[in-house]
Design a protein around this ligand. Structure first.
Ligand code: BGC
Length: 759
């Protein structure tokens, strides 16, 4: 294989039209097209987020892949809230790619978890764009530190699997910017992934693969993306349009079908040759980057060391949801019952394109048996069974009744959740729920360990003493679960998604998944905790929640000064002390609340987090720096991010619902912003509410006081007139004033606003 740098300008000048066309499509399922005549090699890309999935037969979509470490799924990585740990995992995966001469990893997935039902939530990071951007961004940095490209996917708003090839998602501009594009934007700006994968779905009436607005204007023009765009596999229906949009590489190769179509378009003069050149050049740039790494040779990697890292990462991402009477950690000297076949045969990864052929896999049972010699095990159910088995359950109850504590492993199966379809509900299998109820009735020290990809309902939550959310923790997940149960690791994972009480409470409930063709994101920016907080709704477990075996105390938070201009960094800090007896880590979360806003905003939004490790009795000061974006909202009229002058509250919490301290800062915009512009359609109420224009009242509002009408009617008339437009004055004055008069008044108002400092 040649790993030589090619002279891109020279190659571009020598490529025939046919060759250029062939370059912008795959050679096969996983490789770019080589052009031996000009010394252009082919470069290889592979899935995926949880580890390397390189097909044994690389030309096809063959599902058998080379052995690789199956690291914890993205939901677990995100629950670590530890950028350094996620970066380490990314780096290890990057190394495994290099060992197999793979130049581009088709990961991370980073769509927002709009609904807990999305079948691919295990591959995604969070319901919150800041958390998602920070943590998936760390993964990108890790992979790319090895000289292997990361592919941030699926750009954008691929938030459901149902109808993913056809769905048109109608998302208002502010929501798109603040929620669905924000994580992509921050990762592009902070980590520059080599590639971005354009999604299957449509956004606002256009397939993203064919949208020049999304791929060129926003992604490149506004966010500054420098790499190349690859289509999701089979996402392209109109290659001509997608070339024009800036969609560089169609994957997989279509065996010449697309080339033929593009050639026909070119002959008819309907192919944009300039854009074709741009796409071809970007592929060559990628091939050169790939060659640079390949020329360094394939490194060796240590299977056991990577298994160890997978264990460490999983143990840090497992979330202790509940722990009453300190039932956990378990004591090895006690009689412990382990129940549930998941303990023996773990389900540790999700289904679909991210499926890894793990180098090995460890169940929790195996490890627990080593640590607790008297452990008793009962399967309770058979994995894969959909119905209750009386004999297995009776045995489980008997075993639980005879022990000091019972740990029940339950959860969802591959058939319940995967890429390619969404869940229809949030329930666990009925027979698993029934098993928990039966065991909890027999042993009051019952602990539940959950295997699942996303939030589930827990009807038995109040009847058990502890709940451990293990999610899909990768090939070493069983070891990590044992580490947490036995206290070898003090849990420090926190939920990066909310666990609502019922599906009906979720923001997307009324519009997920929509029809075959359309869904409207009627929940707007109120996704996840933004919805539950705004509606003051109880949740089962809130965003950011996760317990420890130790306790942490927060000092009163401090800010460097009380007032800032928005081009200055805001510095804030809080001191955290480990007040318990065990060393442990706390994730300090910083939420920002706009105290008074002219537009409707979430009650608070995550804008910072830091994970800090503390020995018993130890204190550390955790520092945060916030930039203007932390205070801004996306203003659709201005097409820009705007900070409104005023008070903001910085809330420091151990979870989104466990705020330990708050401090106020005043922030004012530095530049004089383009100001709101009144026109003849501006509501009279808006004019009255604005301090610079309130004095125009007499020109527009009749003097109801002087009218001989009841007090009630006066109030009613006044309320109604607020919603009428300024033009009312001409429409209803019967010639008393005319349009020129109105235009003059509007101009005076705009002048008054410009002269005032208020917005
Ligand atoms: C998935 C992508 C994946 C690709 C290649 C698609 O179906 O949506 O995430 O990278 O297949 O396997």
């Amino acid at each position: 294989m040649s790993h030589k740098h090619i002279d891109i300008d020279k190659v571009m000048s020598e490529l025939t039209l046919e060759e250029k066309i062939s370059l912008v499509g795959g050679k096969d399922f996983w490789c770019t097209r080589d052009i031996p005549r000009l010394g252009v090699p082919s470069a290889m890309m592979c899935d995926g987020p949880t580890g390397l999935r390189k097909s044994v037969d690389s030309a096809s979509g063959n599902v058998t892949s080379v052995p690789a470490t199956c690291f914890p799924t993205a939901v677990v990585l995100a629950s670590t809230w530890n950028r350094a740990m996620v970066e380490k995992v990314g780096k290890a995966i990057g190394k495994e790619c290099r060992a197999e001469n793979v130049s581009l990893l088709l990961a991370p997935g980073n769509n927002i978890k709009r609904s807990p039902l999305c079948g691919r939530n295990f591959e995604y990071y969070s319901e919150d764009p800041y958390a998602a951007g920070q943590l998936a961004g760390a993964y990108v940095k890790g992979v790319q530190s090895e000289g292997v490209g990361a592919t941030l996917k699926h750009y954008c708003a691929n938030n459901q699997e149902a109808f993913r090839f056809s769905i048109n998602e109608l998302i208002d501009e502010r929501t798109l910017r603040e929620i669905y594009l924000a994580a992509f934007e921050s990762i592009v700006k902070e980590a520059q992934p080599w590639s971005i994968m354009a999604c299957y779905n449509r956004v606002n009436n256009e397939y993203v693969v064919s949208s020049r607005h999304m791929l060129t204007d926003v992604l490149r023009g506004e966010f500054g993306f420098k790499g190349f765009v690859v289509s999701d596999w089979g996402a392209v229906s109109d290659r001509g349009a997608s070339v024009n949009a800036g969609m560089d590489l169609e994957m997989p190769g279509t065996g010449g079908a697309t080339s033929k179509r593009l050639l026909d378009l070119a002959k008819e003069g309907k192919l944009n040759m300039k854009e074709l050149d741009v796409c071809a050049r970007r592929i060559l740039e990628f091939v050169n980057r790939a060659a640079e790494t390949l020329s360094r040779g394939a490194p060796k990697w240590d299977v056991d060391a990577h298994h160890g890292l997978a264990r460490e990462a999983a143990a840090e991402g497992i979330v202790l949801l509940k722990n009453e009477h300190a039932v956990l950690p378990l004591h090895a000297s006690k009689k412990i019952a382990v129940i549930g076949e998941f303990a023996e045969k773990p389900r540790y990864q999700g289904g679909g394109s991210s499926f890894v052929n793990a180098t090995k896999a460890s169940g929790a049972l195996e490890e627990l048996k080593k640590l607790v010699p008297t452990l008793q095990y009962a399967a309770g159910y058979a994995t894969g069974a959909t119905k209750h088995d009386e004999a297995l359950r009776a045995k489980a109850v008997e075993v639980a009744a005879g022990c000091d504590a019972a740990v029940v492993f339950i959860g969802l199966s591959d058939a319940d959740e995967s890429e390619g379809f969404d869940r229809a509900h949030m329930r666990l299998p009925e027979h698993h729920n029934a098993l928990v109820e039966a065991v909890a009735a027999a042993n009051k020290h019952t602990v539940v360990v959950l295997t699942n990809a996303s939030a589930v309902e827990m009807p038995w939550a109040s009847k058990v003493q502890a709940i451990v959310e293990a999610y899909l923790p990768g090939q070493a997940g069983g070891l990590a679960v044992a580490d947490v149960l036995m206290g070898k690791v003090n849990p420090s994972g926190k939920l990066s998604e909310s666990f609502p009480k019922r599906l009906e409470d979720t923001s997307a409930y009324l519009s997920f998944p929509g029809t075959v063709t359309t869904t409207t994101y009627s929940d707007g920016v109120y996704v996840g905790y933004r919805c539950y907080d705004k509606r003051r709704m109880d949740v089962l477990f809130p965003f950011g929640h996760g317990l420890s075996y130790t306790t942490f105390e927060y000092s009163a938070p401090r800010v460097a000064k009380a007032a800032y201009v928005d081009n200055e960094a805001v510095h804030a800090e809080v001191t955290v002390t480990n007040t318990g007896k065990m060393a442990g880590s706390e994730v300090v979360q910083l939420y920002v609340r706009d105290v008074l806003s002219s537009i409707d905003r979430p009650a608070k939004e995550l804008k910072g987090f830091e994970k800090v490790h503390l020995a018993p009795g130890e204190s550390k000061t955790v520092k945060f720096t916030l930039d203007r974006r932390a205070f801004a909202y996306y203003d659709v009229a201005r097409k820009d991010w705007v900070v409104e002058e005023g008070d903001f509250e910085l809330l420091f919490g151990s979870s989104s619902r466990d705020v330990r301290g708050a401090v106020h800062v005043k922030v004012s915009p530095a530049a004089v912003e383009p100001l709101p512009h009144f026109d003849v359609n501006t509501p009279i109420g808006v004019m009255l509410a604005h301090p610079a224009t309130a004095h125009f009242r007499d020109d527009f509002v009749p003097d109801f006081e002087k009218m001989n009408i009841s007090e009630g009617l006066k109030t009613m008339e006044m309320e109604q007139i607020k919603y009428q437009a300024l033009r009312r004055r001409v429409s209803f004055s019967n010639g008393e004033v005319d349009w020129d008069w109105l235009d003059g008044k509007v101009a005076e108002m705009n002048k008054a606003i410009a002269a005032s400092k208020a917005r």
